[in-house]
Design a protein around this ligand. Structure first.
Ligand SMILES: Cc1ncc(C[n+]2csc(CCOP(=O)(O)OP(=O)(O)O)c2C)c(N)n1
Ligand code: SF4
Length: 282
């Protein structure tokens, strides 16, 4: 069958309002290419975001979209998937959205393993609010809130995802669109929580492209993505930024399927359970 859904079908009529050169353009393009490769119809896709420049994503995508609340993208996307498991659910946002205000949700989404794909656009700065330090900002980074340099060590999103039990963990960069599209495609195809760390520089407030580019490296020859210890080790090697699928758990049961498999309690069971709780606190 000839592919009828081309990438531009997934672009809405709203033109992106990001600054010229923003990495998020590459991530949007990669996402439309991944969806076109999978030939998933736009009305079967839902994209949820938090708040931030990167979280404007749903406005520019032709799919169901929810531009939600700062830091709450993962519980909302998880609830959406549980309510309608037929949908392809994408969760998107920035490093501030996912690792500062939303950090509490990240390990729990990873361990629950809903079949959603979480694309974190990491520019190591708060872009929307004009350049405050973020949890992935490097040591000594100067910003409007760290005029003499950042003294906090950065979080490592890939290591965190592996440690929390995410069943698929990949890293791509916004300027290598074809590779990133393939990672997003694999993340969507994976049955379970897929975390895509998309390094996506902000030329306006933290122009890191020239520093990051020389550090980008492919995975080592013969790399086994099913070994979480090796994935963790590689993630900790921050002098090189390895791109590709760092970890993939071969067989997983998504959260929504485990929920659906629960034996539904009878009304009598529920009443007995509630009564036992009330009695316990009398
Ligand atoms: C509850 C709440 N707190 C703070 C803010 C202000 N705020 C909006 S976006 C943002 C951070 C944006 O950074 P990031 O998530 O990394 O996205 P980027 O803009 O860099 O893509 C903050 C702190 C808010 N909108 N809501
Ligand atoms: S401020 Fe930075 S992150 Fe926001 S649109 Fe501009 S370049 Fe992109």
């Amino acid at each position: 069958m000839a592919a009828s859904l081309v990438p531009k079908i997934y672009r809405s009529a709203n033109k992106p309002t990001w600054c010229p050169g923003c990495g998020d353009y590459g991530v949007l393009e990669a996402t439309t290419r991944a969806l076109a490769t999978l030939q998933v119809e736009p009305h079967r896709v839902a994209v949820v975001s938090g708040i931030g420049c990167s979280s404007r994503f749903p406005i520019f995508l032709n799919a169901y979209g929810f531009h939600s609340v700062h830091g709450r993208v993962l519980p909302i996307a998880t609830g959406l998937k549980v309510a309608n498991p037929e949908l392809t659910v994408l969760a998107v946002g920035g490093d501030g959205d996912g690792l500062a205000i939303g950090a509490g949700h990240f390990p729990h989404a990873a361990r629950r393993n809903p079949d959603i794909t979480y694309i974190m656009m990491d520019n190591s700065i708060y872009g929307l609010t004009k350049g405050q330090i973020s949890p992935t900002s490097r040591l000594q980074q100067r910003s409007s809130t760290t005029p003499w340099g950042n003294v906090d060590r950065p979080l490592n999103p890939v290591a965190m995802a592996v440690a929390a039990g995410a069943s698929f963990v990949a890293r791509g960069v916004s300027w290598a669109v074809a590779e990133l599209a393939d990672l997003i495609r694999q993340g969507i195809e994976h049955r379970g929580f897929a975390f895509i760390h998309a390094v996506s520089p902000c030329p306006t407030f933290n122009n890191t492209l020239a520093q990051i580019k020389p550090r980008v490296a492919p995975l080592p020859q013969g790399y086994d993505p099913t070994d979480p210890v090796r994935a963790f080790e590689l993630a900790l090697h921050t002098e090189a930024l390895h791109t590709g699928v760092l970890y993939r758990e071969p067989e997983t049961i998504p959260y929504e399927e485990r929920l659906a498999a629960l034996e539904p309690p009878t009304v009598q069971d529920r009443q007995t359970f509630l009564q036992s709780l009330i009695d316990a606190y009398r």
